[in-house]
Design a protein around this ligand. Structure first.
Ligand SMILES: Nc1ncnc2c1ncn2[C@@H]1O[C@H](COP(=O)(O)OP(=O)(O)OP(=O)(O)O)[C@@H](O)[C@H]1O
Ligand SMILES: Nc1nc2c(ncn2[C@@H]2O[C@H](COP(=O)(O)O)[C@@H](O)[C@H]2O)c(=O)[nH]1
Length: 371
């Protein structure tokens, strides 16, 4: 339901599969291509007050190209883009134009900002954030989960500016990176969180988390408390677990026995551990605190609480396999529901429980067939 181009657009060559959405003084132009088989993924914003195209920064996972699309304005802060003939996990997109994330980023950059977010049917399992001081056993516990449940859990591979340890592989344990490159990527909004930890920069890219979710696995993040509190403040709904050592003496023993840091680094990590243990008790930050004394007991406790928290709300596999918005269809919007009428029947896309959003995914969508 994109709108026709305004008069000031008449000097522009009309484009195939381009939608125009009017919000206040701005016009959002999505797509448009000379190639009739694919819309381009371009997005432009026209300011009607100054009659100019605005300088635009686009965040988020970019829309996939498709044959055609429909644009529907929601609450004046985001545009729903429905792609026809696309696979079910690729047909629902949101262009955020005035959501809290966009407002905040616009203020930070000082120019016009929009952000893409891919729509996900159902809630999906919540990612798990695991924090705790260096040497407490986070990596050991996560490795056990990944070995026992390889198709359930996926690890969010962080970026870091620290040097690789002997057996660490780039892209597996970390993305080892240059500081200037990482700082630029943080500035460009590619990171969900980042922090200076024990003298090096660490961060979780949006892509690291979404790669795991796109694989339909439950994402595990191993990050420090500063990162955990940034994720808590973000749109990512996660479960936050803090791992404590039985004592500082035992923590020191484990760090020394691991043998991956020199004396100076060990002392720095132990000094930081005291502050981290205090921050681990911050009200509202962590949902669960586990003490890693005996490894097996702690692992069993971790598994128990993960099973308790797990829930999904995805439609049946069969529904998802068969669902596609055909080229021939009609759309209407009733409250928070989008009704899609097609030769094969009527479908309802229920947007009443949206969660998350740019720069990650928009979850909580419900989709069902109706008579
Ligand atoms: N419950 C436990 N009892 C004894 N040793 C343990 C226990 N849990 C982990 N360890 C050992 O402690 C050392 C540190 O564990 P690990 O590397 O998993 O810590 P970490 O929290 O991931 O540290 P970092 O934050 O620095 O990455 C390892 O040598 C590991 O084998
Ligand atoms: N805020 C973040 N902290 C991270 C991330 N990845 C790892 N970490 C934390 O850093 C320390 C040290 O790790 P090490 O591998 O050098 O021993 C540890 O507490 C990790 O949890 C991240 O992406 N963001």
């Amino acid at each position: 339901m994109g709108e026709e181009a305004p008069e000031c657009f008449l000097d522009l060559k009309p484009q195939t599969n381009q939608s125009f959405t009017f919000i206040g003084d701005k016009i959002y132009a999505v797509g448009g291509s000379e190639d009739t088989t694919n819309i381009s993924t371009s997005i432009k914003v026209f300011d009607r007050l100054t009659s100019t195209w605005l300088d635009l920064t686009v965040f988020g996972t970019k829309l996939t190209p498709s044959k055609s699309h429909e644009a529907i304005l929601l609450n004046n802060d985001r545009i729903l883009i429905l792609e026809t003939e696309s696979s079910p996990d690729n047909c629902i997109w949101f262009l955020e134009v005035d959501t809290p994330f966009v407002k905040q980023t616009r203020k930070l950059l000082g120019n016009e900002v929009v952000a893409w977010s891919k729509g996900v049917i159902g809630d999906g399992p919540k990612p798990i954030v695991i924090s705790g001081p260096s040497g407490v056993g986070k990596g050991t516990l996560i490795a056990k989960l990944m070995i026992e449940f390889p198709s359930t859990f996926g690890f969010s591979v962080s970026h870091t500016t620290r040097a690789p340890r002997e057996k660490e592989l780039n892209g597996v344990h970390y993305h080892f990176t240059e500081r200037s490159k990482m700082e630029k990527d943080i500035q460009d909004g590619k990171f969900l969180e980042s922090a200076l930890v024990h003298g090096n920069l660490y961060g979780t890219s949006i892509e690291a988390v979404e790669t795991v979710s796109d694989d339909e696995k439950r994402c595990i993040l191993d990050i420090d408390v500063q990162g955990a509190s940034q994720v808590r403040a973000s749109s990512l709904e996660a479960i936050f677990i803090f791992i404590r050592p039985p004592s500082l003496e035992e923590l020191e023993k484990r760090l020394r026995a691991r043998g991956t840091e020199n004396e100076q680094q060990i002392e720095k990590r132990l000094r930081n551990a005291k502050a981290e243990l205090a921050r681990g008790k911050s009200p509202g930050l962590f949902d669960h605190i586990l003490v890693n004394d005996d490894l097996e007991t702690c692992y069993q406790n971790l598994k128990t609480l993960l099973a308790l928290d797990e829930h999904t709300n995805a439609p049946s596999q069969q529904f998802m396999e068969n669902f596609k918005i055909p080229l021939s269809h009609s759309l209407s919007k009733v409250d928070s529901k989008i009704l899609i009428q097609s030769p094969s029947g009527m479908f309802v896309l229920d947007l009443s429980s949206l969660k998350g959003g740019a720069p990650g995914r928009t979850r909580g969508l419900r989709m069902y067939a109706t008579d």
